[in-house]
Design a protein around this ligand. Sequence first.
Ligand code: TYD
Length: 215
Amino acid sequence: MTDLARPLPGTFLTFEGIDGSGKSTQAKRLAATLQAHGHDVILTREPGGSAGAEEIRALVLQGDPGRWSAETEILLFTAARRDHMERTILPALEAGKIVICDRFADSTRMYQGLSRGDLRQVVDQLHRQMIQREPDMTLLIDMDPKAGLARALSRGDDDNRFETFGEDLQTKMRAGFLKLAEEFADRFTVFHGDQPVDSLATDIERAVLPQLVAA
Ligand code: TYD
């Protein structure tokens, strides 16, 4: 089987955080900043980021909250991620680009690994087998769960199956992400999400730019 973890010239950055933490806005801002510094950047997201994975996105994010068991979700998210890796992420890293991904495997470790019982080992096993690769750098936007949930629900889009699980889930996810940041301290940086968009964007730039080889 192809070695998905092989060394490649590009840089793989991921954003993580609870729903409504402002990741997507910051991911866009960072992509624009890095492009302005002359880097070749692709901005992508999970679930999604390739044609097949976008189809799986609708299956997992829309509809009845009880539609899938946690185990089935792990398989669906991992299938989407494998396609995204093969078709979008690895080719870009191979071409030396910076890949910025809005959510990745840490979201599965949290949402499927923690939300309904302890399935973290299953997530990790499947990850080792099917995905293999971890990001070079993960930017966690930490945020008050109540504020995050209010922001997420006010968007009123269709992809909100997890948001309907409510504030308890958000609180659990926040604590889980902070623990994950300690577990993978070598690649995680934690940012405070409760601040104006511009100042958060500046904090993120200051953390990322020195880590990149000049374009
Ligand atoms: P996203 O589109 O990033 O929503 P938001 O911008 O509100 O954070 O993610 C959609 C949802 O998918 C989010 O509620 C978390 C969930 N999710 C998982 O449960 N597992 C996963 O592996 C991923 C990538 C996302």
